[in-house]
Design a protein around this ligand. Structure first.
Ligand code: CA
Ligand code: CA
Ligand code: CA
Length: 220
C-alpha cells in the first residue's frame, strides 16, 4: 500500500503571498484578503486566490498571527479538498484530505512521527469517526488498528510485512487485547487461526470445526 506524502504546507504560502501582493511588479492576479475582528482588530482570516483565476481557493482561520485551521480547494472544483489543523503553538499537527475527492474529509495524515512511524487516520464510514489508524515506515504500511464496535478502543490489530497482511488479531471478548488471530503467508493467503481464550498471551492453533466457527465469527 502506498502512502500519499504530505502536500506542501500552504499556510506559509499564504503569508508569502500576502507579502508579494504588496510588492510592485509581481503577479497581480494572486490575491490575499485579510479579515479582522471588528472589535479587537485582530486578524481572524486570510482568504487567498493562489492560482490567480479570480476565485478564492484557500482559507486560513487565525487568532492574530496564530493559525487555528485551514481549508483549501486545490483543484478549483469548488469543493474543499485539504484541511489543516494546528496545535496551540501554531504548529501544523495533521492534514485532512478526501480519498474520493468529493469534499468529504475521511483521511488525516499526521505530521509528527512516533518511534519512526508516521500515522494516517481513516474514517471508513466517512462520518468523521476516524476508526482505523495506519502506521508507516516511509511509504510502507507496517501495522493498523481498528475500532469496529465504536467504543473508542481498538479491537483489531493488523500486522503487515512488506505491505502484505500477515496477521489480523481480534479482541472478541472486549478485554482490550487480542484473543483470536488469523495468520497469512507472504502472499497474503490465509494459513491458519489461533485462539487465546484465557487471554494469557498463549495462542493455540485451531483446526476443523472449531477453526471454522471462530474464523466465521471474526472474518468479514
Ligand atoms: Ca483560485
Ligand atoms: Ca476541490
Ligand atoms: Ca472497539
Amino acid at each position: 500500500m502506498r502512502f500519499q506524502k504530505f502536500p506542501r504546507i500552504w499556510f506559509v504560502g499564504v503569508l508569502a503571498a500576502a507579502a508579494v501582493t504588496c510588492a510592485p511588479g509581481n503577479d497581480a492576479r494572486k490575491r490575499v484578503v485579510p479579515s479582522y475582528d471588528l472589535f479587537s482588530g485582530r486578524l481572524v482570516q486570510l482568504s487567498a486566490d493562489q492560482d490567480g483565476d479570480g476565485a478564492l481557493d484557500q482559507w486560513t482561520y487565525l487568532d492574530g498571527n496564530r493559525p487555528l485551521r485551514g481549508e483549501a480547494d486545490l483543484d478549483g472544483d469548488g469543493r474543499i479538498d485539504r484541511w489543516e489543523y494546528f496545535d496551540r503553538s501554531g504548529a501544523l499537527t495533521h492534514v485532512g484530505s478526501s480519498s474520493r475527492g468529493d469534499g468529504v474529509e475521511d483521511t488525516w495524515s499526521w505530521i509528527a512521527a512516533s518511534n519512526g512511524e508516521s500515522r494516517v487516520s481513516r474514517s471508513r464510514a466517512r462520518d468523521r469517526r476516524f476508526d482505523r489508524q495506519e502506521f508507516f515506515a516511509k511509504d510502507t504500511l507496517l501495522r493498523a488498528e481498528e475500532d469496529n464496535n465504536g467504543d473508542g478502543r481498538s479491537d483489531r490489530w493488523d500486522r503487515y510485512d512488506a505491505g502484505v497482511l500477515r496477521e489480523a488479531a481480534y479482541d472478541t471478548s472486549g478485554g482490550g487485547r487480542p484473543d483470536v488471530r488469523l495468520l497469512y503467508d507472504d502472499k497474503g493467503r490465509y494459513v491458519g487461526i489461533e485462539s487465546d481464550p484465557e487471554r494469557d498471551g498463549t495462542f493455540v492453533r485451531l483446526s476443523g470445526d472449531a477453526a471454522a466457527k471462530v474464523k466465521a465469527g471474526v472474518a468479514k
